[in-house]
Design a binder for this molecule. Sequence first.
Ligand SMILES: Cc1ncc(COP(=O)(O)O)c(C=O)c1O
Length: 468
Amino acid sequence: MTDERGLGLTSGVLPQGLPGTMKVNARGHLEIGGVDTVKLAKRYKTPLYVFDEALIRQRCREYRTAFEKNYPKFSIAYAGKAFMTMAMVRIVEEEGLYLDVVSGGELYTALKAQFPPERIFFNGNNKSPDEIEMALRSGVGRIIVDSFDELDLIESMAGDLKDEKGNARRVPILLRVTPGVEAHTHHYIQTGREDSKFGFSIGAGSAMAAVMRVLASDRFDLKGIHCHIGSQLFDFEPFAITVKKMLDFRREVYRSTGYILHEVNFGGGLAAKYTEHDNPPSVGEFIQALTSKVVDVCRSTDMPLPHIAVEPGRSIIAEAGTTLYTVGTVKHIPGVRTYIAVDGGMTDNPRYALYQADYRALVANKATVPAEVHYAVAGKCCESGDMLIMDAVLPPVKPGDILAVLTTGAYCYSMASNYNRIPRPAAILVNGGVSEVIVERETYDDLVRKDRIPARLLAKKSVVLSYH
Ligand SMILES: Cc1ncc(COP(=O)(O)O)c(C=O)c1O
């Protein structure tokens, strides 16, 4: 028996439906973007990141539509740290979003993909002088400043910056502040002073000191304030408290200096749906709640509405990504569990190893076969913690089967490594029955490309050890 998209009903996978364009085709195979994933695995090999372009665009539009419906002035900056390649940058650009970058590498990627610099926000708690120079020269829209040292650095480097008329150009900045709300998935705490490497604390007074410091300088154009309270957040409550704290601080700045901080950036954080237990608000619900809280607080405090910015990463890209693997071994330990090992693991998806993130999977070539067997899905790295799913309910699995791990779009490719000298997988974009490579698979040559052997090590005679 199958559901409306052809999925084996006992699979336990997201009973509310598969994400995006994912469905099961007439051959009983998993299909994404109108392309059979079993064919994809054959054509491009595995492991393989598959991205559903229609779903990425849909999520970008959900953010835009929600703001357009609810609020007059806004910017939505996709957080590139979740997943960034030049093709992804082009999609974000075409969808009219802004882009949040956090390193010279992300900025370089964005510029190489011809993303308009004025739509780039540059975040990060320790930007190097080279990175700041890159940001200043390219003319990024906002530098989000994290510390007094960074203010000093930017000020010292902004000296020669000129606009088209030869006048000294002020650097458009936001100050990252810590509002005293720490949110982690299903719980949050409020603290007067935050213990965080990021930003200026409102509670401890450094945020106000930073505002004074900036207003006293002729090098900065202080556009507003920024915060980010956490990621994979389900409840609106910590955001509501954050809105109040940020806007109260904005009013305090106005009262003490007469200066209106025009922009308030609330960062990212909206959760994605990884398993059937995850029930985050929709993008529309989240933005509606955020904007109405902003309106309420501004009304009750008699302050003008700010320009709102958000920086969603995971909620745009997580569900659009699926990773395909080939099963290599099946190992049954009587009375314990059955392991299946796939041809990737923590090198392409470190999220289970890092924080026991939960995933769901399907067998792409057996998508209509009832899923009744419990497996632990392991990677191929030399680490016992190299697991992908501790308890996956799947049809009976054999070596050669194609396992599709869902919702791997965010913080997988971007956190991938070459541990064990495993080449990073290719990434492809699927849409309307067409698949295109957006990142080539790394080769063994890529792995040694940057290695250098000092001549003295080549000149030495080798000592051959023999074992008897
Ligand atoms: C400053 C900032 N903005 C945006 C994000 C994106 O968050 P998410 O992917 O949870 O939406 C992060 C994530 O760490 C962040 O640190």
